[in-house]
Design a binder for this molecule. Structure first.
Ligand SMILES: Cc1ncc(COP(=O)(O)O)c(C=O)c1O
Length: 373
């Protein structure tokens, strides 16, 4: 039967993701537009953003926060280029972005003493093999495979190596063990439904110590440089961004952070995302032809919810046809899975998605499945 109700908002893309409920360009403060980002007014807005970010994400007081050009990708590259080299590096990879970081470490930085811990799509590598004396590079939530690291118990609390984490599709939607992290990269275009192109880099005191005591052997482009004359550039972490940010994007991010705070902060955002996953889990449990890509239920991501068709696990035609039909019906936009992965549908379940919309979408997938098979 063709369902009667549709999701109020058909946007289920995994990035840029849907904006917060009730978002309007009219609600953005535009007083900073056309002003120098170094003016005291704009600096105050940048501080407001980083302050809200610290508060909402519960980032420890002794960690430093910077806005970095080039979104999460450049924030992560900044970390790789700035910190790696003095110790062996463990690279944990279980989806496309982990593979990209591994490639750059092996083939761009050309580091020799590396250990790759990898897993096939839908699985996590054996995390007990991570060595506490090595630096570690990994992604917390694999956006392209729907697999998430469920906890940080495997990370030694007093490890000697640094922990560099791509947390883009985890923060704002999952509890995150900041105290075990040293350099964390993310951007605004996932959990917050914010604009693209600006990255965040959050550093622990241990990471800053590395910047003060280690200079990589390779040249570091200015856009990735966190030091001045071999010492940590505090300015970058005090609102003096490396280059010119978009004040419009900053205002949009402040709007999203304020929304998160107004709901009650991180616990509410996490609960919204968890509820989206729960809604899908209930539907999958009663639908015989679909399953999660994540093999172990504890590793199911609540943001990038990846589902594959049991009857055609290697065939892109089925998810393609369903995604196209639902887009045509105005029910769901951009739900075809990431092409680097195995064939699947991917539903974004982050906190800006209304669980009522997720609920409304699922009978449409059942309907579309019948229509195209
Ligand atoms: C796990 C992961 N890392 C990094 C990125 C890149 O993010 P950005 O486009 O903000 O650089 C993405 C984007 O989807 C991602 O899913």
């Amino acid at each position: 039967m063709r369902p009667t109700g549709k999701p109020k908002d058909p946007r289920f893309s995994s990035g840029p993701t849907k904006k917060r409920p009730g978002w309007s360009s009219q609600s953005l403060n535009i007083a900073s537009l056309g002003r120098s980002h170094r003016s005291s007014y704009c600096l105050e807005r940048i501080h407001h953003l980083t302050g809200l970010m610290r508060h909402l994400l519960e980032i420890p007081e002794n960690y430093q926060i910077a806005i970095i050009p080039g979104s999460c990708s450049a924030a992560m590259e900044t970390a790789l280029w700035s910190f790696l080299g003095p110790r062996p590096v463990d690279i944990v990879t279980f989806d496309v972005f982990g593979d990209l970081w591994a490639y750059d470490i092996l083939h761009e930085l050309k580091l020799q003493n590396t250990h790759i811990l990898e897993a096939p799509v839908g699985h996590l590598p054996d995390l007990s093999k991570v060595h506490p004396a090595h630096d570690l590079v990994f992604t917390w939530n694999g956006t392209a495979a729907g697999v998430v690291i469920p906890h940080a118990d495997w990370l030694h609390p007093h490890r000697e190596g640094l922990v560099l984490c791509d947390a883009i599709s985890a923060v704002f939607a999952m509890s995150f063990p900041w105290e075990k992290m040293d350099a964390v990269a993310f951007s605004w275009q996932k959990g917050l439904g914010g604009e693209a192109a600006h990255g965040m880099l959050v550093l622990s005191p241990k990471a800053i110590e590395r910047l003060n005591t280690y200079t990589p052997p390779w040249p570091i482009p200015r856009i990735f440089r966190l030091t001045k004359e071999g010492k940590f550039s505090q300015n970058i972490f005090q609102g003096y961004t490396i280059n010119t940010p978009s004040m419009l994007c900053i205002e949009d991010c402040i709007d999203a952070l304020s929304w998160g705070m107004s709901l009650g902060g991180l616990p509410t955002l996490i609960a919204r995302s968890r509820y989206n996953l729960q809604v899908v889990e209930e539907w999958v449990a009663e639908t015989p032809w679909i399953e999660f890509l994540a093999h172990d239920p504890r590793t199911r991501s609540s943001t990038s919810i990846c589902l594959r068709f049991i009857e055609a696990p290697d065939d892109w035609e089925l998810p393609k046809a369903i995604a196209a039909l639902l887009e045509k019906e105005g029910v769901a936009f951009d739900i075809l899975g990431h092409t680097s992965s195995v064939p699947h549908l991917r539903l974004w379940g982050g906190p800006t998605i209304e669980p009522s919309d997720m609920k409304a979408l699922l009978p449409w997938i059942t309907w579309a499945h019948k229509e195209v098979t």
